[in-house]
Structures are given as structure tokens and as C-alpha cells.
Design a protein around this ligand. Structure first.
Ligand SMILES: [Fe+2]
Ligand SMILES: [Fe+2]
Length: 356
């Protein structure tokens, strides 16, 4: 079946075009010089992987609970509107919610692919162009893996409105650092926290491994954003930095709302207002929404956009406590967990080979 036929919302468009108006910058000095960025580029090259070899795509998903997630992964689990449904209807909602969430990963990855390609063109220095080119390949692979995984769900969803709004804003902006800020810092920082939940909770090995391997790459992407922007922002005027801070706060609110899944409840014929009200009142959901910012907040502090506006915004969102999270330790952990998935696969393969 063609992928477009999997969309659970009737009339989902087959494409989206965002007009662009920015300068493609040629650097004729050919003088890459920042050693930290160059070593990240080296890592970007040596850590490439092939999704067809590294993952076992013969594994199937359980139609009743595709990623084998714990019940509480469904945000409306305790909502009266869900409890009233038959077990069969509840199962359908679980499957669709997991497909919706994985669809947002897929749609966001295509956004990242396009943003990374935009950075290659726009960014002035050559070391950043070098690194961003490896990110383009990474993002293509991420689109590939989530598409393959989603095909196994048998249903898919279009990009949710808040994500689309932020992506459009980032793509239309003519300043190169805004692409980094929106994509590398906010969208990818938040995606890392969302991927981690699946990696750490899914009992289905394929779903868990896809997220572990994508995270291994994403951790580098966030590091790239940090390294590039940390050198750039001290040179801007206070007014220019204030504008970025304003953008950051608004972008974070948009990203928080992207988990409301409004269109999903609507497509499933559930009372949307009741579902959203439940999401906003649920303690578990509030804790999840907070955790989404674990990686964004310390990164924003690290790149020096830590003025009054940002701090107040994060305080209101209740996420200021993440300011001192050790980002490097998290990145090291993401790489270690990905290697553990490799070890497990090798062990299983060797056991099967020995038994044959
Ligand atoms: Fe990605
Ligand atoms: Fe990425």
C-alpha cells in the first residue's frame, strides 16, 4: 500500500511547499578552523550506519500495542471518555495514539532534513558546512527508519499544527542562526526527550532500537547547535539577543502544545475538549511535559541566551530546574545505550547461529 494511503485523516495533502528567501553563502577561504567542530565532523563521518544492516526489520509489531508500551503511555488512560469504551475500541485508540506519536517523529525528521540542508547553504563558516552535511545524511536515515517502522503500524498521521507552525517560521527566517535555534536546540532537544521515553519503555525491540540509534545521532546534532551558537551569540547586540530569547520562549510553548494531539482525538471521534482538558489536568502528563525540556533548558543556558525573558518563561513553565543538567553526560549515555542495543543484537544472532 502506498504510504499516503495510511493517513488516518481524510484529505491529508501529499506535499507542502515553504517559500524560501535566504542567501546561499560560499566560503572561498576554505579554512575550517574550530577544532571542536572538526572533531564533531569526524565523529559524524565515522558514526554513520546503515538502517538495513543495523536493525532487524523482520520483527513485527503487536497490533494491540505496537511498541509494547506500558498502559500509562496513553495520556487519556484515566479519562472517563476512554474508560467508557469497549476493550476493542480502547485497543484501537492505543494503536492510533502510538502511530500518531511515531508519525510526529517521522514528520519532524523530514523537517530536520530540510533544515540541515538549509544550514549547509546558509552558514558562513566551512567547518559548520562540513558538519551539517553529515547531519543531512543522518536525517535522511531517520526519515527512512521512522517510515519503515510506521508502515508496520498500518496507519499514519500528518504533521501536527504547532510543529508545522514552528517549522514554517524557522524555514522562512532569513537569518542562519534562527534555523539552528528552532531546529537544533528546540525541536531536536525536545525530540530527544520524547525518543528517550520510547527507547526506555518499549518492550518491542525494533521500536526501542530505532529510537536508541536515532538518539545516538541526535545527541551530536544538539552538540553541533551548542558549539556553533555559543561562539556566535556573544557578538550580537543585546536587542538581537532579546529577539532570540522571545523566539525561544514562544517556540517552547508551541512545542509543549504539540503533545495535545488535538487532530488525533478528532479523527478518532472522541470529544476533543474533554480529552485536552484531561491532558492538562493529569499529573502524569504534567510530569511528562516538564521532562520534555530536560535537554533544551541547559542548552539554552549554555549558548548564552539566558536573560530575564527566558528565565521568567521557563520559570512559568516549571522547567527552570533543568538549567544545570549535565548535557554532555546525557549525550555520552545516549551513545552507550545505542552500543548496548548493538551488543544485544549480536548476542541474539550468535545464539541463533549456534542453535542452527
Ligand atoms: Fe533526526
Ligand atoms: Fe537531528
Amino acid at each position: 500500500m502506498a504510504f499516503a494511503e495510511l493517513y488516518g485523516i481524510h484529505g491529508t495533502p501529499k506535499s507542502w511547499s515553504v517559500p524560501q528567501d535566504f542567501e546561499a553563502y560560499f566560503n572561498w577561504e576554505f579554512a575550517p578552523e574550530r577544532t571542536k567542530l572538526l572533531s564533531l565532523y569526524e565523529r559524524g563521518k565515522t558514526m554513520q550506519w546503515n538502517a538495513n544492516d543495523r536493525l532487524d526489520w523482520s520483527q513485527e509489531l503487536d497490533p494491540e500495542n505496537p511498541q509494547q508500551l506500558p498502559p500509562e503511555a496513553l495520556p487519556i488512560l484515566d479519562a472517563p471518555v476512554y474508560k467508557r469504551l469497549s476493550p476493542r475500541e480502547q485497543m484501537e485508540i492505543r494503536r492510533h495514539h502510538q502511530a500518531w506519536s511515531t508519525s510526529q517523529f517521522l514528520q519532524g525528521e523530514q523537517g530536520a532534513l530540510i533544515c540541515a540542508a538549509k544550514i549547509v547553504q546558509q552558514v558562513p563558516d566551512l567547518d559548520s558546512k562540513f558538519y551539517a552535511s553529515t547531519q543531512v545524511v543522518d536525517e535522511a536515515r531517520h526519515v527512512e527508519v521512522y517510515k519503515k517502522l510506521l508502515e508496520k503500524f498500518g496507519v499514519a498521521y500528518p504533521m501536527t499544527r504547532p510543529l508545522k507552525e514552528l517549522l514554517e517560521q524557522v524555514l522562512r527566517d532569513t537569518r542562519w542562526d534562527m534555523t539552528y535555534l528552532g531546529m537544533q536546540i528546540v525541536i531536536e532537544g525536545l525530540a530527544l526527550a520524547a525518543f528517550a521515553r520510547i527507547r526506555d519503555q518499549a518492550q518491542n525491540t525494533l521500536a526501542a532500537a530505532v529510537n536508541a540509534y536515532v538518539m545516538e545521532d541526535e545527541a551530536r546534532h544538539v552538540a553541533f547547535g551548542r558549539l556553533s551558537l555559543r561562539d556566535y551569540y556573544p557578538h550580537l547586540t543585546q536587542a538581537e539577543r532579546d529577539e532570540r530569547e522571545q523566539f525561544l520562549v514562544e517556540a517552547c510553548y508551541l512545542m509543549r502544545d504539540r503533545f495535545d494531539a488535538m487532530e488525533l482525538w478528532q479523527a478518532l471521534g472522541l470529544p476533543v475538549a474533554e480529552c485536552i482538558e484531561h491532558l492538562h489536568a493529569s499529573g502524569a502528563q504534567a510530569a511528562f511535559r516538564k521532562r520534555l525540556f530536560t535537554r533544551i533548558v541547559p542548552t539554552v543556558k549554555d549558548i548564552g541566551l539566558w536573560g530575564e525573558k527566558v528565565r521568567r518563561g521557563y520559570e512559568q513553565m516549571g522547567v527552570l530546574e533543568f538549567a544545570d543538567v549535565d548535557i554532555q553526560a546525557m549525550q555520552d549515555n545516549d551513545e552507550r545505550v545505542a552500543r548496548e542495543f548493538d551488543d544485544r543484537r549480536r548476542y541474539v544472532d550468535a545464539t541463533i547461529a549456534a542453535a542452527e
